[in-house]
Ligand binder design. Structure first.
Ligand SMILES: NC(=O)C1=CN([C@@H]2O[C@H](COP(=O)(O)OP(=O)(O)OC[C@H]3O[C@@H](n4cnc5c(N)ncnc54)[C@H](O)[C@@H]3O)[C@@H](O)[C@H]2O)[C@@H](O)CC1
Ligand SMILES: Nc1ncnc2c1ncn2[C@@H]1O[C@H](COP(=O)(O)OP(=O)(O)O)[C@@H](O)[C@H]1O
Ligand SMILES: [K+]
Length: 636
C-alpha cells in the first residue's frame, strides 16, 4: 500500500492523530529517516557527512520541525548545518535541539520571532541576509526544503516565496556553470556543482491534494514523505517536481478504500492479464474489433491492429477502409477483415471525424458510439438505436478522431484516450472552454471533470498518464468533492519521453482494446451469474476493472517504450520504503537494491524509437509480467 496508494492530507492527519495521542514521537521518527536520507545523498555525491554543508530552509510549522530535528542529527554526525528561518517562527523544541547540536540559525524573515535572535530588521539588512543565504545555498551539498508540508495554503508567500525563487535561480545557474549543459537528473556528471535538494514530506508551495503548482515552489531531487504518499507526489504536474521518492513508514493505520490515487505497478498490471487454459479457444480468449485508419492515415490502422494482435487476444477483426485493409493484412495476415462478434472495440486512431460519407470509418464509429449513449442517470438512450442492456455492451476504447464523435454522456465501459490538446477540445465542445495550457496546469482536475460530465473512463496521456473512472462505490474520491458519483484515479508513468512519437497513441489504443477484450471474454466464461443479475445487483454499474485495465495498458505501453529505447528515465519510479520504529534505527526495504535507491539510480538516456518498435517489445513485456503469475502459482 505504501508504494502505490496516495491519501489526502486530511486522511493522513486523521491517521496520525491516534498515534500522537499515544505520544508516539512521529516527528522524531520522521526526522531520523530524513537524516538517514541526507547522509546517503551526501555519500552519493562522493562526500562525507563530516565535511558536508547542509542548509535547511525551515518554515514555522511542523514541516520545519522535521527539518530542524534532522539537522540536529546531522550536526551531531559532524555536518555543518545552517538553518535559514523563512517563516514567522521556528518549531521551538526542534530549534533548541539543533542549536545544542551546534547548528546555526540565520533569520531571513524580518517578522520572525525567535527568543535570542535579532529580528524586525530593515530592508538593507534583509538584502544582506538574502545575499548571505544565496551564498550558503550555492555552496551547500544538500538543501533541505522544510518550508511547508501538508499544512501548506496556496502559493508560497513572503520570504518562503523569495527563497524558492532564489533556489530555482541557483539550481539553474549551477547547472549551466557545471558543464555548459542542462543536467536535471541530480546524479549525472556535473550535477554535483549544485546542491541536491531534499524535500521534506512534499516540495513546498504545491497543491498537496490537487497536484497543481499555484506559484513559487520548490523542485526537489528527492522527496522524503511521511506516513503515506500524498496525491501531489503521483499526479502531474507536481509529480514532475518531486524527484526520487522515499516513503517513510510511520505505522499509520490508513484504509486502502480511501486512497484517492493509485500508482499502477507491475503487480497490479500483471493481475489484469489473462492466462489461457486448456479449455480456451480463440473466441473465449477475446476478440477485439477495430475501426481505425483512413484513406489518409492508413498507418494508424496498421499500428493499432498490430498492437492489439500482439497483446494476447484470441482474434482481431478489422473494419477500417479498403486501402488500410490491404496494408493491415500485409503487416498482420492473422487479422480477420469484416464484421462479427467482438468483446471489445478500439475506434478512432487515424479516423477523420469530418468524413461524413456513408461508408466512412467516421460514420461507422459514430453509429457504434451512439449505442453507448446514456442519459445522466446511466440508462441507455433509445433515440435512434436499438436499446441494449448497458452491461452487455462491450467496452470500447475511443481514441483520436473518435473523440469528436463521443456522445455527451456514455456508459463507463467507454474508455477515452485523449492527450491534453484533445481533452481541451472535448471540454470546449461540451461547454467548458479550456486551453491546452489550462489542462496541463491541472490535468487531474480536468480529467475528473470530463469523467463527471461524460461518464466515460478518462485516460489522459502524458509522461504521467492519468486514468479516472467510476469506482462503483460512490465514494467521491477526488478531494474537491466535485463528483458525487465516485471516481477512481490511477496513474502510470512507466514510459520514457522517447514514447512521445507519432503513432505511439495508436499502439496504446490497440493494446487497451485487446486487454479489454480478454478481460471481457474471461468474465463471460467464468461468471455463473447472468449479466442481468449482476447488473441488477449493481456490481457492474461502476467499472473499476475498466479503469485498472486502461491503466495497465498505459503501464505496458510505457515498459515497451523503456525496453525499445533502452531508456529508464521516466516520470514515475518505484519509491523506496523506509521503516522507522519509535526507538531504534531506520531500515530500508530490502527489495530495493542499493543501485535503485533514488539518489543512486543509474540513468540510461537510451535512444530514439518509432511506434512500430513498441509493438515488437510487447511480447517481452507481457512475458515479464506473466512470469509473476508463475511465481504466484509457485508460492501457492
Ligand atoms: N502531524 C504529525 O504528527 C506529523 C507531521 N509531520 C510534519 O508536519 C507537517 C505538517 O505540519 P503543519 O501542520 O505544522 O504544517 P506545515 O509545517 O506544513 O505548514 C504550516 C506552516 O507553513 C506556513 N505556510 C503555510 N502556507 C504557506 C504559504 N503558502 N506560504 C508561506 N508559508 C506558508 C504557515 O504559516 C505555517 O507556519 C507535515 O507535512 C510533516 O512534515 C511529521 O513530523 C510527521 C508527523
Ligand atoms: N514526455 C513524455 N514522457 C513519457 N511518455 C510520454 C511523454 N509525452 C507523451 N508520452 C506518451 O506518448 C504517447 C503519445 O500518444 P499520442 O499523443 O496519442 O501520439 P499519436 O497521436 O502520435 O499516436 C502517449 O502514450 C503518452 O502518454
Ligand atoms: K517541504
Amino acid at each position: 500500500m505504501l508504494r502505490t496508494m496516495a491519501f489526502t492530507s486530511s486522511d493522513v492527519r486523521a491517521a496520525e492523530r491516534p498515534l500522537l495521542d499515544r505520544s508516539v514521537p512521529l516527528m522524531r521518527m520522521a526526522s531520523r529517516a530524513l537524516a538517514d536520507v541526507c547522509r546517503s545523498v551526501v555519500n552519493a555525491r562522493g562526500s562525507e557527512v563530516e565535511r558536508s554543508s547542509i542548509v535547511i530552509l525551515a518554515g514555522a510549522g511542523n514541516n520545519g520541525g522535521d527539518g530542524l530535528y534532522a539537522g540536529s542529527l546531522l550536526a551531531r554526525s559532524g555536518a555543518g548545518v545552517t538553518v535559514l528561518a523563512v517563516g514567522t517562527a521556528l518549531h521551538d523544541a526542534a530549534a533548541r535541539s539543533l542549536m545544542r547540536a551546534g547548528g546555526r540559525v540565520l533569520v531571513v524573515d524580518p517578522r520572525c520571532r525567535i527568543p535570542g535572535f535579532d529580528t524586525g530588521f530593515d530592508d538593507a539588512e534583509l538584502r544582506l541576509r538574502l545575499t548571505a543565504s544565496a551564498d550558503l545555498l550555492l555552496h551547500a551539498d544538500v538543501v533541505m526544503d522544510a518550508m511547508t508540508g501538508i499544512g501548506s495554503k496556496g502559493a508560497l508567500t513572503g520570504t518562503a516565496s523569495v527563497m524558492a525563487d532564489l533556489l530555482a535561480e541557483i539550481l539553474h545557474d549551477g547547472r549551466r556553470c557545471a558543464d555548459g549543459n542542462d543536467d536535471n537528473d541530480g546524479n549525472g556528471e556535473g550535477a554535483h556543482d549544485r546542491p541536491t535538494v531534499v524535500a521534506v514530506d512534499v516540495p513546498s508551495g504545491l497543491g498537496v491534494d490537487s497536484g497543481t503548482v499555484p506559484g513559487a515552489s520548490i523542485t526537489a531531487d528527492v522527496t522524503v514523505t511521511f506516513g503515506a504518499l500524498k496525491p501531489c507526489l503521483v499526479v502531474p504536474p507536481v509529480c514532475y517536481r518531486r524527484g526520487g521518492l522515499v516513503v517513510v513508514d510511520l505505522g499509520l493505520d490508513l484504509d486502502p478504500g480511501r486512497a484517492v490515487v493509485r500508482r499502477m505497478d507491475a503487480s497490479c498490471a500483471s493481475s489484469r492479464l489473462v492466462v489461457p487454459g486448456a479449455g480456451d479457444m480463440k473466441y473465449s480468449r477475446g476478440v477485439v474489433g477495430l475501426i481505425t485508419g483512413s484513406q489518409r492515415y492508413p498507418g494508424a490502422g496498421v499500428l493499432s491492429v498490430s498492437a492489439a494482435a500482439r497483446s494476447g487476444c484470441g482474434m482481431v477483426r478489422y473494419l477500417g477502409p479498403r486501402r488500410a485493409q490491404d496494408l493491415v493484412l500485409q503487416a498482420m495476415p492473422e487479422v480477420v477483415v469484416g464484421k462479427g462478434h467482438v468483446q471489445a472495440w478500439t475506434v478512432g486512431c487515424g479516423v477523420d471525424p469530418d468524413d461524413h460519407d456513408d461508408d466512412s470509418p467516421a460514420s461507422a464509429v459514430g453509429a457504434l458510439l451512439r449505442h453507448y449513449q446514456t442519459d445522466d442517470g446511466g440508462s441507455v438512450s433509445t433515440t435512434g438505436v436499438e436499446p441494449m442492456p448497458p452491461v452487455s455492451m462491450p467496452p470500447v476504447c475511443v481514441d483520436a478522431g473518435a473523440l469528436d464523435l463521443l456522445p455527451d454522456h456514455v456508459l463507463p465501459q467507454v474508455v477515452i484516450t485523449p492527450h491534453a490538446g484533445e481533452l481541451a477540445r472535448l471540454l470546449t465542445r461540451m461547454g467548458h472552454p479550456r486551453t491546452v495550457d489550462a489542462v496541463l496546469d491541472d490535468p487531474w482536475g480536468n480529467a475528473v471533470l470530463v469523467h463527471r460530465i461524460t461518464g466515460a473512463t478518462v485516460l489522459l496521456k502524458g509522461a504521467m498518464t492519468l486514468v479516472v473512472g467510476d469506482d462503483g462505490q460512490g465514494d467521491g474520491l477526488h478531494p474537491d468533492g466535485a463528483h458525487p458519483d465516485g471516481a477512481r484515479t490511477m496513474v502510470s508513468g512507466a514510459g520514457p519521453a522517447w514514447l512521445s512519437t507519432a503513432g505511439s497513441g495508436d499502439v496504446l489504443a490497440g493494446l487497451i482494446g485487446s486487454l479489454l477484450a480478454q478481460w471481457r471474454a474471461s468474465r463471460e466464461s467464468a461468471d455463473d451469474a447472468t449479466a442481468e443479475e449482476r447488473s441488477s445487483a449493481g456490481k457492474d454499474r461502476g467499472c473499476p476493472a475498466v479503469t485498472e485495465i486502461a491503466a495497465a495498458g498505459a503501464y505496458i505501453h510505457g515498459l515497451s517504450g523503456r525496453m525499445a529505447s533502452g531508456c529508464d528515465v521516466c516520470a514515475d519510479a518505484e519509491p523506496l520504503i523506509m521503516r522507522v520504529a519509535p526507538v531504534g534505527g531506520v531500515t530500508r526495504d530490502s527489495s530495493t537494491s542499493s543501485d535503485r535507491v533514488p539518489w543512486n539510480r543509474a540513468r540510461s538516456i537510451g535512444h530514439p524509437i518509432v511506434a512500430s518498435d513498441l509493438i515488437e517489445q510487447l511480447q517481452f513485456v507481457l512475458a515479464s509480467l506473466l512470469r509473476r503469475h508463475e511465481d504466484d502459482d509457485a508460492r501457492r
